[in-house]
Design a protein around this ligand. Structure first.
Ligand code: NAD
Ligand code: UDP
Length: 339
């Protein structure tokens, strides 16, 4: 089967996607500068699948090295995960975010054009729906205004990809809008490895349960939601990864641009998921309620019908699975890939 390039594939979502692609029979090439990941994820992917992959340690913006990679291989499809993703950091360092995220996209598109690679799948985010749209979000809705530079980079990259596909009718561009990916591979061998203090809820909850962090602060319990805490559409990273395999199959058979939400369609509150984590794992997550975090929306969840209808994809894992697998990863790798 054909060769798939995973730009930023050593990271959290890319590593899980590599496993699913290898298990389906695709050849996988990962290009990553490891700025937010570890080469250990590569050996773990090979350990899980019993298959080899090709790894290039390079910055996607380094067009000379990227071109050499395209020349040496026969790539059919690119999946573009490479980017910076910390919302808070993007507010303090907007130029770094625009430079890295936009440039990686442009470098990939230039190389694809030069080497006649026509299919690209892009990691976008539910954040592009902005504040204006009502939940559940569907792909027909106009993009809204983002609350931070990270979100704007996603909205801009979507536009760049759509314009590129308009100019070249032989291209296939698939934009995947992820909701809240959590959990880890069921083997506990690969998972999310946040550098420093985690920004996201579940890595923080798991680090608190294991004693790395003293407590979790739940940001706001005075929202207009059933228990006052925010609602999110948490999706198991393995389900998300499987959505990419479906997207690859779709891209190889169709042309033009398609946008798909990848979520479960079920909203859960912060308190609900923290309590589920405690219950299924028999642990305590010390938590306190604090003030709201700037930029958080009360409610964000997907209408996932389009992915079901057109890709034949739907989520299979439960909230309990997400919590159990995350805890397994945390216990087996208390310091992530560091030891
Ligand atoms: P991650 O940080 O674990 O993975 C991204 C990878 O890209 C890292 O391995 C990093 O080293 C690499 N990278 C970044 N810039 C690079 C560059 N210039 N050259 C080469 N490699 C580079 O993040 P993730 O959670 O796996 O997310 C993957 C993609 O999905 C990102 O684009 C992210 O914005 C998007 N996304 C993530 C979430 C989420 O909650 N995790 C939600 C929506 C969208
Ligand atoms: N959250 C929280 N405490 C934390 C981190 C997150 O209460 O330490 C809440 C956050 O306010 C949001 C939800 O958990 O309601 C999910 O946040 P996360 O940062 O994981 O993802 P987001 O939805 O912001 O992309």
């Amino acid at each position: 089967m054909s060769q798939i390039l995973l730009a930023g594939g050593a990271g959290f979502i890319g590593s899980h996607t590599a496993v699913e692609l290898l298990d389906t029979g695709y050849e996988v090439i990962i290009a990553d500068n490891l700025m937010n990941s570890s080469a250990k994820s590569i050996t773990r992917i090979e350990q899980i699948t019993g298959n080899q992959l090709k790894f290039y340690q390079l910055d996607i913006r380094d067009t000379e090295k990227l071109e050499a990679l395209f020349q040496e291989n026969d790539i059919s499809t690119v999946i573009h995960f490479a980017g910076l993703k910390a919302v808070g950091e993007s507010i303090g360092k907007p130029v770094m975010y625009y430079r890295n995220n936009i440039d990686t996209t442009l470098s990939l598109l230039e190389c694809m054009n030069k080497y006649n690679v026509k299919n690209i799948i892009f990691s976008s985010s539910a954040t592009v729906y902005g504040e204006e749209n009502p939940v559940p979000y569907n792909e027909e809705m106009k993009k809204g205004s983002c609350t931070n530079p990270y979100g704007w980079t996603k909205a801009m990259m979507e536009q760049i990809l759509e314009d590129t596909a308009k100019s070249d009718k032989s291209m296939s561009v698939i934009i995947l809008r992820y909701f809240n990916p959590i959990g880890a591979h069921e083997t506990g061998l690969i998972g999310e490895d946040p550098q420093g203090i985690p920004n996201n809820l579940m890595p923080c909850a798991a680090q608190t349960a294991i004693g790395i962090r003293d407590h979790l602060t739940i940001f706001g319990n005075d929202y207009d939601t059933p228990d006052g805490t925010c609602l999110r559409d948490y999706i198991h990273v393995t389900d998300l990864a499987k959505g990419h395999v479906k997207a690859v199959e779709y891209a190889q058979k169709n042309k033009g641009v398609e946008i798909f939400n990848l979520g479960t369609g079920n909203p859960y509150s912060v308190t609900e998921i923290v309590e589920t984590f405690e219950k299924v794992n028999g642990v305590t997550v010390n938590h306190v309620y604090g003030p709201r975090r700037d930029g958080d929306l009360p409610n964000c969840y997907a209408n996932a019908d389009k992915a079901m209808k057109m890709l034949g994809w739907k989520t299979e894992k439960t909230l309990e699975d997400m919590c159990r697998d995350l805890w397994k990863w945390q216990q087996m790798n208390p310091n992530g890939y560091k030891d």
